[in-house]
Design a protein around this ligand. Structure first.
Ligand code: Z5A
Length: 212
């Protein structure tokens, strides 16, 4: 479809272990695409600003305790509460760069021992990313980056299990990026792939839903 008013934005997700550099790269990608004149926004999950997000935030800060299934469903609900807005932004032509999404939901909960199939089910019907950029780094190397903070999950043994879970989620929309390189080199690996994806979506690639 060549009618530019029909062209949609791309749904681009950054995933990876804690300290892999997602936050740094999402702001760089935002600036890069804005610089080229694209309509683009950067989002992150958990979105701690909603009431569900505040429950998640307090759990992550170890200020509240929740059953593993309960927190899993809250993370998912936090994505569902943004689904309509996400779809309307994409359809109006805005590209979204998202720091963590359903893959984090499944990888972190299944690393605790929850069944992976069960973990995937509440994600069904959310919008599927056009591109998942997995910032690949070993848990040991990630831990060297300034050390871990105080939040739940920021422990080496747990991050190793998360890495194993992520390995099982890799599908056709994934691109594995070497996240151990200097920040500028990681960015270079990302920009070309992202531009291709934005272009493909602009040309009319249909939106689809999780979970394949
Ligand atoms: N979680 C979940 O369980 N279920 C879900 O559904 C979702 C999430 C969505 C909070 O996420 C936790 O929630 C998270 C998963 C779980 N727990 N963990 N672990 P969050 O997004 O709030 O927190 P985070 O993802 O762990 O983010 P982070 O600390 O912001 O890390 P980052 O974004 O990957 O990295 P960064 O801030 O860009 O960089 C970290 C440091 O490394 C910083 O000092 C940088 O300057 C440095 N850095 C970055 N890139 C490089 C390179 N290339 N070389 C050297 N140093 C670098």
């Amino acid at each position: 479809n060549n009618n530019s008013s029909d062209s949609r934005g791309a749904l681009i997700v950054l995933e990876g272990l804690d300290r892999c550099g997602k936050t740094s790269q999402s702001s760089r990608l935002l600036q890069y695409l804005e610089g080229l004149g694209h309509a683009v926004e950067s989002w992150r999950f958990p979105d701690r600003t909603t009431s569900v997000g505040q429950m998640i935030s307090s759990y992550l800060a170890n200020k509240s305790h929740l059953d593993d299934h309960t927190i899993h469903l809250l993370f998912s609900a936090n994505r569902w509460e943004k689904r309509l807005l996400m779809e309307s932004k994409l359809k109006s032509g805005t590209t979204l760069i998202i720091d963590r999404y359903s893959y984090s939901g499944v990888a972190f909960s299944s690393a605790k021992g929850l069944d992976m199939k069960w973990c995937k089910s509440p994600e069904m019907g959310l919008l599927a990313p056009d591109l998942v950029l997995y910032l690949d780094i070993s848990p040991e190397k990630a831990a060297e980056r300034g050390g871990y903070g105080e939040e739940r999950y920021e422990q080496l043994e747990f991050q190793k299990k998360v890495a194993q879970s992520y390995n099982m989620l890799n599908d056709a929309s994934w691109k594995i990026i070497d996240a151990t390189l200097p920040i500028e080199d990681v960015e270079k690996q990302l920009t070309e792939t992202v531009l291709d994806c934005v272009e493909t979506c602009r040309k009319g690639k249909p939106l689809s839903e999780l979970w394949l």
